[in-house]
Write a protein that binds this ligand. Structure first.
Ligand code: GLA
Length: 402
C-alpha cells in the first residue's frame, strides 16, 4: 500500500472516520554539497521514492492530536496539545516535529486544530531526512486544511521556499536542531527524474535531469544503521566553527571565500578552523563541477568528485565514522565509480555510484566487509529521483472526503 493509503487507513482506525485529506513528503539523499547550506553555498539533493504521509482532518478547536504508525505496525499517540500553549523544548521525541510545525504556523496565522495521523516508509535515523519529510507533510496538511495548497497560484499562497524556511524555524527554534535549508527544500521542491541544484544564498534553484539508468549506472544507498543526531554536539560545533571563520575573515558567509582566495584565507585562520573552511570552499566547487558534468550528459563521470567530497568530510570536516568509511571504501574496491557519506554525518548513510550490472556484486562486497568488521548489517537499496511533497487525496473541507 502507498504511504498515503496507509496513513488514511491508520487515520480511520484511530478516529473511526475518513480523513479530510492526505498530504505526503519524501525523504532525500544529497548527491553532493554537504555542510554548505548554512554557509550560503550550493547543494544538489534528490527526493527518494520513500515518503511519509499525513492524513488529517480539521478540528473546531485549537488542539492538535498526532499519531504515528511505526514500522512495527504499532501506533503511538501524542496530544491533545493546545496549539496556543506550545513552547520550544516543551515536547520530547518524535512529537516535537509536528508540534514545532504547528507552533510556527500559529505565528503565521494558521492556528486551527487538527487530527493528524502519520505513516510511511522513510527509514528513520538513517540520515535520509525522515524528520523533514514528517515536518513537510504536516506543514502541507495543516496548510491544506486551511484551504491553502502550495501547487495552486492563488494570491497569498506561500511559496515552497517560504514553507521550507518555516520548517527550518520549527526545527531550529522548537526542536533545537541547528540545521540548514537543504532537507526541507529538497523534500518540498524536488521533482521526479531531476536533482535539485539550489543556491542557498539566492534561493534560486534549477531542476537538473539525472537519468542514471540512461548512463548504465545506479545510485546505491548504504544505510549503515548507526546513530546520527544533529541535535547532539558535532553538527552545531561544525556550524559554529564555520560562522566564526566567516567572522574572522570578515565575510558574510564562507560562500564568499573562493578557490582563488582560499590559500590567503587559510593563513588568517587558527589551525582548527582552516580545514572546515577548506571543506566548504572545495565542496561548493565540486557541486558546480558535478552540475556541469550532468548538464553535459556525463553523469557516469561524477564518481571522482563524489569520492573527493568524502575525503574532504573525513579529513577536513571530520564528520565521517568507521562504518561510513568502510561503506565507501568497500564499495570502491568492488568497482563503484564513486562513493561518499551523505547528510549531516556522524553515522547514517553513504551513497555509491555503481554500474547497473554491478549493483549486486558491490552490495555483496559491502555486506561482507561489514560482517567481517563485526558491524551491524547495512540496509541497501538503489534510488531514483522522485517527486517532491504534495497532496495525495482529499480537500480542505475537513469532511470525510478520502
Ligand atoms: C543535515 C542538515 C542539513 C545539512 C546537512 C549537511 O542533513 O539538516 O541542513 O546541513 O546535514 O549537508
Amino acid at each position: 500500500m502507498s504511504s498515503a493509503g496507509e496513513a488514511a487507513a491508520a487515520f480511520r482506525s484511530v478516529h473511526g472516520r475518513a480523513p479530510g485529506g492526505v498530504w505526503s513528503a519524501p525523504g532525500r539523499v544529497n548527491l553532493i554539497g554537504e555542510h554548505t547550506d548554512y554557509n550560503d553555498g550550493f547543494v544538489l539533493p534528490f527526493a527518494l521514492p520513500h515518503r511519509l504521509a499525513a492524513a488529517a482532518s480539521r478540528r473546531d478547536d485549537q488542539v492538535l492530536t498526532v499519531s504515528t504508525l511505526g514500522s512495527d505496525g504499532k501506533l503511538q499517540h501524542s496530544g491533545p496539545l493546545e496549539i496556543g500553549s506550545l513552547r520550544p523544548g516543551g515536547i520530547e521525541g518524535w512529537a516535537a516535529y509536528p508540534a514545532g510545525v504547528a507552533w510556527v504556523l500559529r505565528d503565521e496565522g494558521f492556528d486551527r486544530g487538527a487530527d493528524v495521523v502519520i505513516a510511511g516508509d522513510v527509514p528513520s535515523g538513517a540520515g535520509l531526512s525522515s524528520s523533514h519529510a514528517l515536518e513537510c507533510a504536516v506543514s502541507l496538511a495543516l496548510l491544506g486544511l486551511a484551504g491553502i495548497e502550495l501547487d495552486g497560484n492563488a494570491p497569498g499562497t506561500p511559496s515552497l521556499q517560504e514553507v521550507a524556511r518555516w520548517v527550518q524555524r520549527s526545527e531550529n527554534d522548537f526542536v533545537g536542531a541547528p540545521t540548514g535549508l537543504l532537507d526541507q527544500t529538497a523534500s518540498l521542491c524536488c521533482t521526479e527524474s531531476n536533482v535539485l541544484f539550489l543556491d542557498v544564498r539566492s534561493g534560486v534553484y534549477e531542476h537538473v535531469p539525472f537519468d542514471a539508468a540512461a548512463s548504465g549506472v545506479a545510485v546505491l544507498i548504504i544505510d549503515t544503521r548507526t546513530k546520527h543526531s544533529h541535535a547532539d554536539g558535532g553538527y552545531g560545533e561544525r556550524r559554529r566553527g564555520t560562522e566564526r571563520a566567516a567572522e574572522l575573515l570578515d565575510v558574510k558567509a564562507l560562500r564568499d571565500v573562493t578557490l582563488e582566495t582560499l590559500a590567503d584565507a587559510l593563513t588568517r585562520l587558527p589551525a582548527d578552523l582552516g580545514p572546515l573552511v577548506r571543506h566548504v570552499v572545495t565542496e561548493n566547487q565540486r557541486v558546480l563541477e558535478v552540475v556541469e558534468l550532468l548538464r553535459a550528459g556525463r553523469l557516469a563521470e561524477i564518481g571522482p568528485l563524489l569520492y573527493a567530497s568524502h575525503e574532504s568530510m573525513r579529513d577536513d570536516y571530520r564528520i565521517s565514522t568507521a562504518e561510513l568509511d568502510l561503506a565507501v571504501e568497500s564499495a570502491l574496491t568492488a568497482g563503484a565509480l564513486g562513493a561518499r557519506m551523505t547528510g549531516g554525518g556522524f553515522g547514517g548513510s553513504a551513497i555509491a555510484l555503481v554500474r547497473e550490472s554491478e549493483v549486486d556484486s558491490v552490495s555483496t562486497t559491502v555486506d561482507t566487509a561489514f560482517e567481517k568488521a563485526g558491524y551491524r548489517r547495512p540496509r541497501m537499496f538503489t534510488a531514483v529521483p522522485s517527486r517532491g511533497a504534495g497532496k495525495d487525496a482529499g480537500g480542505n473541507t475537513g469532511g470525510d472526503t478520502v
